[in-house]
Write a protein that binds this ligand. Structure first.
Ligand SMILES: [Zn+2]
Length: 466
């Protein structure tokens, strides 16, 4: 599965981001507040009197020492405990009104961005509905992300970013979207918004990010090998041995699939359904044997077969044609019997039920692979496709993309090349997407498997919109 082809080229100039930079100073709710009060004086006085340096000490800290020193009367301690608990609760849960208005503010801004940058009213509606499902923090981070988009192109190709413009088809929902109840291509939208933000801010060009990505390639290879049964991990990440390779694949399967097994597609015959031979052999009807065989040879299987295999196939085709004459009548009779007796109806019902379960399980299976794409994609990208994850059915980029080749065959860099296709650039986009969609389990797993880049990216994430 080729996904999210992010076509960013090396010769493009980064635009400084107006929303990025200085960290807002955090308001401190309690520090100093109590210091001037009579009780505060008592606390600080007692602590200082016991030889502690109270310069710059917070009240909480002073009070903790004060309590340890046994200088509180019980009723006072209770009062203070209550007060600090209330303050903590206020910090954890700002008043609902305030929270709502902030969220509302961001939501309105998102809506404005969408209509101002080319979304139709239906598309805007679908996205707004999706936004109703994400956390307050996610709404604010998405709004800040949208601030950094030059242009939305919300139809056409499935999803890529060119400089600060994103090109996606909002109708092309993926399994993860469906599984999480989004009616639009929300996974792709958040992913590409992440790329556009990176373009403005220059995350994947940050040398310390590149360094942590390099480090995390080794962390991931090592941890996956361990998951796959090599308790000591790998010897040299630049020279992976055959057994190590096997273990890494095994480990990847384990961390991506978790407890999920790949569901098997049910077939109608599995439940005893007898097919109408006319439908099955319709390609035979009204054709001479030669015409039929000629037609059947028109397949990839035949094209790639050697001489021996081809003659076997010809025999098979001839046999199948014969069924139109002799076995066809028999098959037709069996079908009619099954229809009349009601056996087919029962079999079909069973099959449809199994098919429904299969579809549900398959969607879950696919959604999980998609959610955990941050891991498989990083494995593919950081090894320049030496682990061709897409070929194995995992979510990620094709080996060609991970080698840094553009559509025109130009090679503009390797796995961590700062301005081309880069492992850290993809990690960031997946990270931003997973954070917004609230993919907590995936994020925890990622942090465990590659802490260096995870922590680095979290620093960047925390700064968004501040
Ligand atoms: Zn991408």
């Amino acid at each position: 599965m080729q996904r999210f082809v992010n076509k960013k080229y090396s010769n493009m100039k980064a635009v400084p981001n107006k929303n990025f930079g200085t960290l807002k100073k955090k308001e401190n709710s309690s520090e100093g507040n109590s210091e001037g009060s009579g009780f505060g004086k008592l606390v600080f006085g007692t602590v200082a009197g016991n030889g502690y340096n109270t310069n710059g000490m917070s009240f909480e800290e002073a009070y903790r020492i004060f309590k340890e020193l046994g200088g509180t009367k019980n009723w006072k301690a209770k009062e203070i405990d209550k007060k600090s608990k209330e303050e903590q609760a206020k910090k954890d849960n700002p008043p609902a009104e305030k929270k709502e208005s902030k969220r509302e503010e961001h939501t309105k801004s998102i809506e404005k961005h969408l209509s101002g940058k080319g979304a139709t009213s239906e598309q805007t509606q679908a996205i707004m509905k999706a936004i109703g499902k994400i956390s307050d923090e996610a709404v604010s981070k998405l709004n800040a992300g949208f601030d950094n988009i030059g242009k939305f192109n919300l139809k056409g190709y499935s999803g890529y970013t060119r400089m600060d413009s994103i090109y996606i088809n909002l109708e092309s929902t993926r399994s993860l979207d469906k599984q999480r109840g989004y009616d639009c291509a929300f996974e792709t939208l958040t992913h590409e918004t992440g790329h556009a933000y990176d373009y403005r801010v220059g995350i994947s060009k940050d040398l310390s990010v590149i360094e942590s990505a390099r480090k995390s390639r080794d962390e991931l290879l090592n941890n996956l090998a361990k998951e796959g049964g090599l308790s000591n991990g790998i010897k040299n990440p630049d020279r992976i041995q055959r057994a190590e390779r096997e273990a890494i694949w095994e480990g990847l399967k384990k961390v991506i699939n978790g407890d999920l097994e790949e569901p098997q597609m049910p077939t109608r015959s599995q439940f005893g359904f007898v097919d109408d031979p006319y439908i099955n052999f319709s390609s035979v009807a009204n054709k001479t044997k030669e015409e039929y065989i000629k037609n059947q040879r028109n397949s990839w299987e035949y094209y790639y077969a050697n001489e021996e295999k081809r003659s076997q196939l010809d025999e098979k085709y001839a046999l199948r044609y014969d069924m139109t004459t002799t076995a066809y009548k028999e098959a037709k009779k069996k079908f009619e019997q099954a229809e009349q007796s009601g056996a087919n109806k029962i079999a079909l019902e069973k099959y449809l039920k199994a098919d429904e379960i299969y579809k549900k399980e398959y969607r879950e299976y696919n959604a999980q692979k998609s959610s955990r794409g941050i891991i498989s994609d990083f494995l593919g990208c950081s090894t320049e496709g030496k682990f061709d994850v897409v070929n194995r059915g995992y979510s990620g980029h094709s080996a060609g993309y991970t080698k840094g080749k553009s559509t025109y065959g130009l090679k503009f860099g390797g796995a961590f090349y700062p301005t081309g296709a880069s492992a850290q650039g993809e990690f960031w986009a997946e990270f931003y997407q997973s954070k917004l969609m609230g993919e907590t389990e995936t994020l925890e797993l990622t942090k465990r498997l590659m802490p260096s880049i995870y922590n680095k990216m979290e620093e960047y994430y925390n700064k968004i919109g501040e």
